[in-house]
Design a protein around this ligand. Structure first.
Ligand SMILES: Nc1ncnc2c1ncn2[C@@H]1O[C@H](COP(=O)(O)OP(=O)(O)OP(=O)(O)O)[C@@H](O)[C@H]1O
Length: 271
């Protein structure tokens, strides 16, 4: 593997919105899943975590959103140490988590689903302002505002989830596999919306099975393996690294030998 590149796993602490530093975390008494992992999210960026199944990508997001307390390490949001806080406190600190799978309430309207995201916001004018903001950012949300969420397509429902996550004006949105179950066209739209969120001022920490597409979208990337950052750097550099491509992105070797069959196949666990 090429030498470590400058990126979210290696760069020094500075003006970052989110810093996960030397995190060790696991489930119950089971062995550690994250083993000294450091990831930093700068402002106005999309940072993507890729790597084999079981590397710990979703676990990173659970630690960041307070769903799983780390055994050691620090979580810093906007320069403030928030290690050990619960999910609602993490939300108030500025970390909004869009979980894997679909989480819209199908029997409720798009409006009701989106406004649920503002349940911690007491100021009604702030809620109205924020609703106008997300309707502007996600046109389909505005167009289908009064529709039942259950009649929307999978990609449209994902945008409702994005809109809901932005209702609290988060500093960083944590997105767990937003393209899961979507067809290529809907996947393209969802990735375009990820960039719109970034451009509108919310940084994104993204976990994706679709590693190539995610790195093509992201500014920075981290390849995780065995609960550590294996290599990190500008996403374009990771994409251009032939060895990373062979191991994690399903690229063919120059010699023409067969590629790994999926973008996430572990070099340790050939399919
Ligand atoms: N709730 C849980 N309880 C116990 N073990 C868990 C739990 N969630 C995840 N794990 C284990 O933690 C490890 C890392 O899982 P995680 O979901 O973070 O990996 P991942 O890199 O996101 O993989 P995938 O791409 O398959 O989702 C795996 O071995 C998984 O079995």
């Amino acid at each position: 593997m090429g030498s470590e590149q400058q990126g979210p796993g290696q760069q020094g602490a500075g003006e970052h919105l989110l810093e996960l530093v030397d995190i060790e975390a696991g489930y119950g008494r089971a062995a550690l899943v994250l083993r000294g992992l450091t990831v930093r999210v700068p402002p106005a960026s999309v940072v993507c975590l890729v790597g084999p199944n079981g590397a710990g990508k979703s676990t990173v997001l659970k630690v960041a959103s307070g769903m799983l307390a780390p055994r050691s390490g620090r979580i810093v949001v906007g320069g403030r140490d928030v290690t050990g806080r619960r999910p609602q406190q993490m939300l108030q600190a500025g970390l909004s988590h869009v979980l894997q799978g679909h989480s819209v309430f199908k029997e409720m309207s798009v409006a009701e689903n989106v406004l649920l995201g503002a349940y911690t916001v007491k100021d009604r004018s702030e809620v109205a302002e924020r609703a106008a903001f997300v309707r502007d950012l996600f046109p389909v949300v505005a167009q289908r505002w009064d529709s039942l969420a259950g009649v929307l397509s999978g990609g449209q429902q994902k945008q409702v989830e994005f809109a809901r996550s932005l209702m609290v004006s988060p500093r960083v949105v944590l997105l767990d596999e937003p393209s899961m179950g979507l067809d290529p066209r809907a996947t393209n739209t969802v990735f375009e919306q990820v960039l719109r969120m970034r451009d509108a001022g919310t940084a994104v920490l993204l976990v994706e099975q679709n590693a190539r597409h995610a790195l093509e979208t992201a500014d920075l990337g981290c390849v995780l393996d065995l609960g550590r950052v294996h290599v990190s750097g500008p996403a374009a550099d990771l994409l251009a690294d032939p060895q990373l491509g062979e191991l994690y992105l399903g690229q063919r070797r120059a010699s023409g030998s067969a590629p790994h069959p999926t973008t996430t196949t572990s070099p340790r666990e050939p399919a």
